[in-house]
Ligand binder design. Structure first.
Ligand SMILES: Cc1ncc(COP(=O)(O)O)c(C=O)c1O
Length: 384
């Protein structure tokens, strides 16, 4: 077979979006029949479901018992902004950014919160900042896995255990796929829509005891919308961390998340979920290694994400050519073999392939020849 012939095998599931991500392989709407629809989330049944979601999140992610886990409004954005608005300003801060979402948090700190004593450190797409330069005695905001650039922190070794500042970590595309060092993270946020293939709109916020101490000892100078309020009368609202949510959650989405967690346990909990993401990403890495026209955006293998794998075309005739990359993505979509494969709108042109746990390795194996095919087909069209 030449690369201009269409491959014989198609991915059984062409969903490779980086969010909302593919549902777990076993997913069916029938699995949601147990959702307490039309019931109050404050009724015993509703509260029990929300508490179960918190308890099982703790179990699978290995979150320490003395850390609080809350389900909050507005997906990962809501959870992370709630943390920034509630905690920052008590001491000088640093905001670290290596892709679009991290840059968004920089904008929040600089233009909205207008924190005067803040240092911004930014790295280009595919890189991260030099963590040895960061002052961890300040409050530090960062993204663990850069969804739009395909980089991740390899570990938390650069974060000192005895830091005086708080670490605020947006881990939305890392949680359930990468090992998060809880002793190095004071605030961790994510959305169900990523690695677990849940629904968006609800965020999870995980607070260390030191973050709670800050919440109870510091009142920010700015007004706090109800949707962000984690304290009342200077005390943590403990109910939030037992499932008494700030406002009304979707019990259908909660049920969907619970089902995703059941599936997560069935594949071996955190280790099994991480293994799946690692095997998936390896398929794409191997594909790139065997070709001289496509490469990982993250040049340092230690920084390569195992969830949002971002690729660039390196052949000089098409490198950096957004129209070319879009044409490849369009071809794959038109064939129905891969949806949502384009790189993020602010990122360098190329492909972004979600490799999180809900994606089947066999689907990635089936996809790779199609990328060969689409690439050469668009080249041929151009030549003609
Ligand atoms: C790193 C990162 N942060 C924040 C967000 C925003 O997440 P949400 O839309 O769930 O609020 C995303 C979404 O892709 C993301 O990848």
């Amino acid at each position: 077979m030449t690369v201009t012939e269409t491959p014989a095998t198609r991915p059984a599931n062409p969903r490779f979006s980086s969010g909302p991500c593919a549902k777990p392989p076993a997913f069916s709407l029938d699995a949601l029949v147990d959702a307490p629809l039309g019931r109050s989330h404050r009724a015993t049944v509703g509260k029990a479901k929300l508490k179960q979601a918190i308890d099982e999140t703790r179990e699978i992610l290995g979150v320490p018992e003395d850390y609080r886990i809350g389900i909050v409004p507005a997906s990962d954005t809501g959870a992370f902004e709630m943390a920034m608005w509630s905690l920052l300003g008590a001491r000088p801060s640093e905001t670290l950014a290596w892709e679009s979402f991290g840059k968004g948090w920089v904008t929040d700190v600089v233009k909205q919160l207008k924190l005067a004593e803040n240092t911004v450190r930014e790295a280009g797409y595919g890189e991260i900042v030099d963590l040895s330069e960061v002052d961890w005695n300040k409050d530090v905001c960062f993204t663990w896995n850069g969804t739009t650039s395909g980089v991740r922190l390899p570990n938390g070794d650069m974060i000192p255990a005895d830091r005086a500042g708080l670490t605020l970590c947006d881990a939305t595309s890392a949680a359930f796929a990468q090992d998060l060092p809880w002793d190095k993270l004071d605030v961790t946020t994510f959305s169900w829509q990523k690695v677990m293939g849940g629904e968006a709109a609800h965020g999870v916020i995980i607070l260390s005891p030191r973050a709670v101490e800050r919440l109870e000892s510091y009142t920010p100078a700015w007004p706090m919308p109800k949707i962000f309020r984690l304290t009342k009368g200077g005390k943590l609202i403990e109910g939030i961390f037992r499932g008494e949510t700030i406002n009304t959650p979707s019990m259908l989405c909660v049920e969907d998340y619970l089902q995703a967690l059941v599936w997560g346990k069935s594949v071996g909990s955190l280790t099994g979920l991480m293994d799946r993401a690692n095997s998936n990403a390896q398929v794409v890495w191997d594909f790139c290694d065997a070709r001289d026209w496509i490469a990982n955006l993250a040049e340092d293998p230690a920084l390569r994400s195992n969830t949002s794998v971002c690729l660039k075309f390196t052949d000089p005739t098409v490198a950096g050519d957004a129209d070319f990359a879009k044409a490849v993505v369009k071809k794959l979509d038109a064939e129905g073999v891969a949806y949502d494969l384009g790189s993020y709108r602010d990122a360098p042109p190329g492909l972004r392939i979600w490799c999180g746990a809900t994606v089947e390795t066999s689907d990635l194996e089936a996809l790779m020849p199609w990328i060969d095919w689409a690439y050469h087909a668009v080249l041929a069209e151009r030549a003609a």
